[in-house]
Write a protein that binds this ligand. Structure first.
Ligand SMILES: [Fe+2]
Length: 207
């Protein structure tokens, strides 16, 4: 979720399987996903948020999970599209983009990953590492970007310690739910510090 979003509402999807197994490996290109994103979302900040999460997801797949190109594209697509319906359908967030991707016969893993990005809100538990990482990266990416924007030098010279300090300052980016971040991190083997460092490094140059 982008930092400016206040996500109070719970929109349980009321199902746990998504897409059709026959559609495994059917993907959009990243250009097609970007075109969809640009068509559905007009808010520049929200577009940037999705591109940042996508860049971090793709980089993590390639650098940490030994993903091949096709698998890394799945991670990237989930990042690019996870909030695509937020602006036009705030009351049906997640359901609309999921049903659209199902109508396009997109790979079930990509759709499940999108459905996993807020277990408390959509009622879908992250299962594989891709699911867990979108949950980890979503709020943290927005939080780190908010922290960068208020620095005179933006991302330059930004370190993990200063982000950790801001996390403890509950009045800063108050809408970012710290409990969600703690819960997401508890599901993976990496530390919060390691994740913050990775995000800073991989989203700083995303335009
Ligand atoms: Fe998001």
């Amino acid at each position: 979720m982008p930092d400016q979003k206040i996500r109070m509402a719970i929109h349980l999807l009321q199902r746990n399987t998504f897409g059709d197994p026959k559609d495994a490996d059917k993907l959009l290109t990243s250009e097609e996903a970007n075109a969809l994103l640009n068509e559905w979302v007009s808010n520049d900040r929200l577009r940037l948020h999705m591109r940042q999460v996508a860049a971090v997801m793709k980089a993590w797949a390639l650098e940490k999970e030994n993903a091949d190109e096709k698998n890394a594209l799945k991670w990237e697509l989930a990042g690019l599209l996870h909030d695509a319906d937020w602006e036009k359908h705030p009351d049906d967030h997640c359901r609309i983009i999921i049903e659209h991707l199902e109508s396009l016969h997109i790979d079930p893993e990509v759709i499940h990953c999108i459905a996993s990005h807020g277990p408390k809100y959509f009622g879908v538990e992250p299962q594989n590492k891709m699911d867990k990482m979108i949950y980890v990266f979503d709020e943290l990416s927005g939080f780190i970007h908010a922290a960068a924007l208020i620095r005179p030098t933006k991302y330059d010279g930004m370190d993990v310690k200063s982000v950790m300090k801001k996390m403890k300052t509950l009045s800063f980016a108050a809408q970012v739910n710290r409990d969600d971040i703690t819960d997401a991190i508890s599901r993976i083997d990496q530390s919060l510090e390691e994740i913050i460092e990775f995000i800073i490094e991989h989203q700083r140059n995303v335009q």
